[in-house]
Design a binder for this molecule. Structure first.
Ligand code: FAD
Ligand code: PHB
Length: 394
């Protein structure tokens, strides 16, 4: 058994926990990061791929952008496809030069782990029995078992960056939390394929057979998604069936379709909107997926996690330099304001682009009219573009 102390105890080494640890380091604030999975698992998990302009700028500012600058793919537009045609939305023109960058979450996590290791500050993988205690006191505690030894870490603050299934949110008394939730009657079947992307930019498509998305990870790897049932049995999807469905839903009448190649990864992702309010209880602050989940159609989840921890680091920085709790006290309300804007955008993109069994022919025609309006109105395209590249952090 060991007993140590730190300023901020961070639970979870996903993008939120790792980014927070690095931001705090730059403020001269000590932290310990506990992660229950292995380093290998955390790096290999295939998830987000789209970084907002603000996320990219922040990574450069804090010195973790070297590989991003070389390997990230800057996209100044996206395509919206329906009725057999693709329509380009010029993100950069509509937002004064802002854009998105395609760079896998795995790569972000790899860069942040390397940055953490360079600081020499503690990061424990495969920590089991992680628990938080005394969260309303000014000596909250983290405990875990790592390398066969029980550790107790006395902290001044705790950051719950442990994702949707973590232990931090459930450690807040349920009567103190208000939860807002919506499940969708569909999911995404996602694949990675060894195929050079046949479009330079992402394609979001609504087809009578459902939604499909063309994305990528690198000049030789294509990432594709298909709307499917929430309980879809992946064994019913041999590669040929996946490609046939992708060709049907993404192919346009000008002859464009995704290039095909060996499928190297397959998975089903459920879709959910979820917000827990407030994002603070005592000296425990929630950030990222621990506090909120968005359906992936707006590409907002990772970016929202980064925005939360940027805000939390500013607040802790203010506290440790001046003793003031002003920004800490405002953290939950300000983070929730951004969260709800991202929720609205993600819900809107999702409902515009997916088909539901409960929809009738009227609903489908209304979706097509919405898409038609979107791609023909400068105002509508500007609204999509400013949300997609990311609203300002403040
Ligand atoms: P997580 O990444 O979930 O990290 C939490 C960490 O805490 C994990 O490593 C977990 O192992 C650890 N943990 C959990 N419990 C414990 C415990 N008890 N003790 C210690 N550690 C614990 N977002 C985008 O912005 N753009 C996209 O294009 C996009 N696409 C997506 C596509 C898919 C298929 C999926 C699934 C998600 C996508 N997202 C996207 C969402 C994005 O991946 C998440 O929002 C992001 O991972 C949130 O980061 P986080 O650090 O808050 O949580
Ligand atoms: C991805 O490339 O994984 C991706 C892209 C856009 C989204 C969601 C996921 O909206």
């Amino acid at each position: 058994m060991t007993r140590t102390r730190t300023q901020v105890g961070i639970v979870g080494a996903g993008p939120a926990g790792l980014m927070l640890g690095h931001l705090l380091h730059l403020h001269g604030i000590d932290s310990v990061i506990l992660e229950d999975r292995s380093e290998h698992y955390v790096i290999d998990r295939v998830r987000a791929g789209v970084l907002e302009q603000g996320t990219v700028d922040l990574m450069h500012e804090i010195g973790v952008g070297a590989r991003l600058a070389v390997e990230g793919l800057r996209h100044e537009g996206i395509y919206i496809a329906f009725g057999g045609a693709r329509h380009r939305i010029d993100l950069a023109r509509l937002t004064g030069g802002r854009a998105i960058t395609v760079y896998g979450q795995n790569e972000v996590v790899k860069d942040l782990i390397a940055a953490r290791e360079a600081t020499g500050r503690p990061l424990y993988f495969e920590a089991s029995e992680v628990a938080v205690d005394d969260i309303t006191s000014n000596r909250p505690r983290l405990t875990c078992r790592a390398d066969g030894v029980m550790h107790t870490i006395d902290c001044e603050f705790l950051a719950g960056c442990d994702g949707f299934h973590g232990i931090c949110r459930p450690s807040i008394p349920s009567e103190q939390l208000r939860v807002y939730e919506r499940e969708y009657p569909f999911a995404w079947l996602g694949i990675l394929a060894n195929a050079a992307p046949s479009s330079d930019e992402l394609v979001y498509s609504l087809h009578e057979r459902g939604f499909a998305l063309f994305s990528m990870r690198s000049p030789s790897v294509t990432r594709l998604y298909l709307q499917c049932a929430p309980d879809e049995d992946i064994t019913q999807w041999p590669d040929d069936r996946i490609w046939a469905e992708l060709r049907a839903r993404l192919g346009t009448t000008d002859g464009w379709m995704p290039a095909e190649g060996a499928i190297t990864q397959k998975g089903v992702t459920p879709m959910r909107s979820f917000v827990a309010e407030p994002m603070q209880y005592g000296n425990l602050f929630l950030a990222g997926d621990a506090a909120h989940i968005v359906p992936p159609t707006g590409a907002k989840g990772l970016n929202l996690a980064v925005a939360d921890v940027w805000r939390l680091a500013q607040a802790l920085g203010e506290f440790y330099t001046s003793g003031r709790r002003h920004l800490l006290d405002r953290y939950s309300a300000e983070a929730l304001r951004r969260t709800w804007r991202a929720q609205r955008f993600s819900w809107w993109m999702t409902s515009m682009l997916h088909r539901s069994d409960s929809d009738n022919p009227f609903d489908h025609r209304r979706q097509l009219a919405e898409l038609d309006y979107l791609v023909s109105s400068e105002a509508a395209m500007t609204s999509l573009a400013e949300n997609y590249v990311g609203l300002p952090l403040l």
